[in-house]
Design a protein. Structure first.
Length: 82
């Protein structure tokens, strides 16, 4: 259930103060936007050219290893001998 709550004067001062803090933080974050973009580019490059190729090799190698083990147990592929 939702209830309507009136805002006391003390709480409204907190909201105004919080708004001032938010305005100051926004101004500071605007100046550091270039450093955030630089870190995002670094993370993208690491994922795109570091982690993705490594994961692709690991996945393909794991599949090949699983097929090799299966063929050791079940025999080579093809029709059964006559």
């Amino acid at each position: 259930m939702f209830a309507l709550v009136s805002v006391a004067p003390r709480e409204s001062r907190r909201v105004i103060f919080a708004g001032a803090i938010f305005a100051r933080v926004s101004a500071e974050s605007a100046t550091s936007e270039s450093s955030v973009r630089r870190r995002e580019w670094g993370a993208f490059l690491l994922l795109a050219f570091g982690l993705a190729p490594v994961l692709a090799v690991i996945i393909v190698t794991s599949f090949g290893f699983a097929v090799w083990i299966y063929q050791m147990i079940a025999g080579p592929p093809g029709p059964p001998p006559p």
